[in-house]
Design a protein around this ligand. Structure first.
Ligand SMILES: Nc1ncnc2c1ncn2[C@@H]1O[C@H](COP(=O)(O)OP(=O)(O)OP(=O)(O)O)[C@@H](O)[C@H]1O
Length: 237
């Protein structure tokens, strides 16, 4: 994605609180500063409850920060209304979850096309070719017309990755994308993220609990109690 700016994401003093019964506000993210560039293939790690999913949801514009600013592709997002945020999310972010959220009534290719259907209606031939190309990129071209529940967990997660890429996002976010997979399949799916990063030029930020997998990323961001306690470049393995 050659026209993606160098800086994909920037957080400036980002805070997030939850209201747990008025007036009790609990702050979960305590003023985070972070920049993600287009060449980043980064892991977000940290103990359970440290705020990783909260941060990913805020970065993915699924949730709003309480204070601070989040710049996506150079655009400040705090002043945007919901439709502006939805449009920016749709055009610039791909999201892969631990549980793939595929629709079993639809074929693999229709699942991949889903984000485009939501924004553009019925997909044209060009869109279908792109979806097929993505299914080929994740090694599933021959399963285009198969329903997800007839495929393995690893294959289903591959479809979810293809679906996240259909809008050509500048930033691919993944929340424990291998948490539901056995060790071997997890390593293969992780390798697929690496391939996607290399071949498609999108920045990748993924949450993992597995230190062996985070060590294969180029960068490791460690979140503890809602604060970034380390942000390190990993030595190539
Ligand atoms: N909707 C919510 N309302 C209130 N508190 C919340 C809400 N969502 C998360 N929290 C709290 O925010 C903190 C951070 O949760 P979060 O799920 O972001 O952590 P995490 O690092 O992703 O954890 P895990 O690794 O276990 O998934 C926790 O204390 C959690 O209880």
């Amino acid at each position: 994605m050659s026209d993606t700016p160098e800086e994909v994401l920037r957080l400036d003093g980002l805070r997030k609180s939850y209201n747990v019964g008025q007036p009790n506000e609990v702050e979960v993210l305590h003023g985070l500063d972070l920049t993600i560039g287009r060449n980043d293939f980064a892991a977000l790690i940290g103990p359970s409850g440290s705020g990783k999913s909260t941060l990913l949801n805020v970065i993915g514009l699924l949730d709003r920060p309480t204070r601070g600013e989040l710049y996506l592709l150079g655009q400040a997002t705090s002043g945007m209304d919901d439709s502006g945020r939805t449009a920016l999310r749709g055009s610039s972010i791909g999201f892969v979850f631990q549980f793939h959220h595929l629709i079993n009534a639809f074929t693999a290719i229709d699942n991949v096309l889903m984000p485009l259907m939501l924004t553009h209606g019925k997909p044209d031939q060009q869109a279908r070719e792109k979806a097929l190309e993505l299914l080929a990129a994740v090694g599933l071209e021959k399963y285009a017309n198969t329903k997800p529940n007839q495929l393995s967990g690893g294959q289903q997660q591959r479809i979810a990755i293809a679906r996240a890429l259909i809008t050509e996002p500048a930033l691919l976010l993944a929340d424990e994308p291998t948490g539901n997979l056995d060790t071997q399949t997890a390593a293969e799916v992780f390798e697929l993220f690496r391939k996607v990063h290399r071949d498609r030029g999108c920045a990748v930020l993924l949450v993992t609990h597995d230190p062996r997998l985070s060590a294969t990323c180029d960068r490791t961001i460690n979140l503890v109690d809602g604060r970034i306690v380390s942000d390190t470049v990993n030595e190539p393995g």
